[in-house]
Write a protein that binds this ligand. Structure first.
Ligand SMILES: *Cc1c(COP(=O)(O)O)cnc(C)c1O
Length: 380
């Protein structure tokens, strides 16, 4: 079946006990056993919960993996992933990352002696050079947060495989509706379900999807051992979000294109970052490996920090807030908000300047979003 149909039906049967069409919220921390260790498959809700199990199966399958695992946040998923890379491990990571991911990598580097090297993974020669030294994990985001850099996932996965490194891809920005990294050679997919999967800015959640059965077992063990699991209620909300993911992501894409077209080439704009623009340096790769370009657009304003702050004040439909991927349009100033934990020199060297704004284009009427951005630019 096609993807939009699968979003609604895949691994989401009517409830066996009652026939409920929607997966019920099983608010029970524990489950009766008929005799010690004789049970229905559920023992204790940290180890497994029926509502979570349906979400995990659906996600695992939609991402073309062997299994999905749900967590209490995207960073909870990352923490659990990093448990598999002990002291002495070497991680090669893309050099434009969600700020919280960078912060956790740096923490593991300082506290646990994990080596981390940040590489521009859009440059395959740089990836090849980094992998000349043995690596355990190649960690990618594509498109990246906040600069929307696109990595050729198939090419990097091939290089990593030859170097015997595991490949993990944070697929938060694209979602499985637009890109399925496991089909391109990745071993692990990570999500912040807080964003497009939930889709309504009302929960915090994360996920891992594993390609192999061995990883599925290893990380299910870690999920239970670490314990960063989501509530059944949050799992229900993400399942509900999945049902509309296809239509939402298409609408987000229309909004983002309308906004990007206003920004691109405007005299107050230094650079517009959107993989759907023909001028984007990796546009051809995005066209090949994605089924659309997503709802995120970043813009570097010519007037720097002052222009960015003035622009923010003029916006009426976009709300100034961290996060992204909800139905409502949000705007973020990475330098002082989501990426404030990244050192200024490091930030600027990678293009996260004080004039950069990240726009999460919602599913309001695209013309209203375009008007909002146009008039805010006009006021500069
Ligand atoms: C938000 C985000 C995360 C972290 O997820 P939380 O749910 O906030 O813990 C990780 N990666 C990306 C790309 C994100 O946008």
């Amino acid at each position: 079946m096609r993807f939009d149909t699968r979003l609604i039906h895949e691994r989401q049967p009517a409830d066996a006990a009652t026939g409920a069409v929607n997966t019920p919220i099983y608010l029970s921390s524990t489950f009766r056993q008929r005799a010690p260790n004789r049970h229905s498959g559920f023992v204790y809700s940290r180890s497994g919960n029926p509502t979570r199990a349906v979400l995990e199966a659906a996600l695992g399958s939609l991402e073309s993996g062997n299994a999905g695992l749900a967590f209490s946040s995207g960073l909870g998923a990352l923490t659990t992933l990093l448990e598999a890379f002990p002291s002495g491990s070497r991680i090669v990571a893309v050099d434009d990352l969600y700020g919280g991911t960078w912060r956790l990598f740096e923490h593991h580097r300082r506290q646990f002696g994990v080596r981390v090297e940040y590489v521009d993974t859009t440059d395959l020669a740089a990836v090849r050079a980094a992998l000349a030294t043995p690596a355990d994990l190649v960690y990618l985001e594509s498109p990246t947060n906040p600069l929307l850099k696109v990595t050729d996932l198939k090419a990097v996965a091939r290089l990593a495989k030859a170097a015997h490194a595991t490949v993990a891809v944070d697929n938060t920005f694209a979602t499985p509706a637009l890109q399925r990294p496991i089909e391109l050679g990745a071993d692990i997919v990570l999500h912040s379900m807080t964003k497009y999967l939930g889709g309504h800015s009302d929960i915090i959640g994360g996920a891992l999807v594993l390609r192999s059965k061995e990883d599925a077992e290893r990380f299910a063990w870690l999920q239970n051992a670490v314990g960063a699991v989501p509530s059944p209620f949050d799992c229900f909300l993400v399942l509900r979000g999945l049902h509309t993911l296809g239509v939402r992501v298409r609408a987000h894409g229309e909004s983002a294109r309308a906004v990007a077209e206003v920004l691109d080439g405007h005299r107050k704009v230094r650079a517009t970052f959107y993989p759907g623009l023909a001028s984007h340096p990796q546009h051809a790769i995005a066209r090949r490996q994605m089924d659309g370009y997503g709802g995120m657009v970043s813009v570097d304003l010519a007037g720097g920090r002052r222009a960015a702050l003035a622009f923010l004040r003029r916006l009426e439909v976009f709300t100034l807030a961290e996060s992204l991927g909800g139905v409502e349009s949000l705007v973020d100033h990475p330098a002082s908000m989501t990426h404030a934990s990244v050192r200024k020199a490091e930030r600027e060297a990678h293009g996260v300047t004080d004039g950069l704004l990240r726009l999460s284009c919602g599913i309001e009427d695209p013309a209203d979003l375009a008007d909002d951005v146009r008039s805010a630019l006009g006021s500069l």
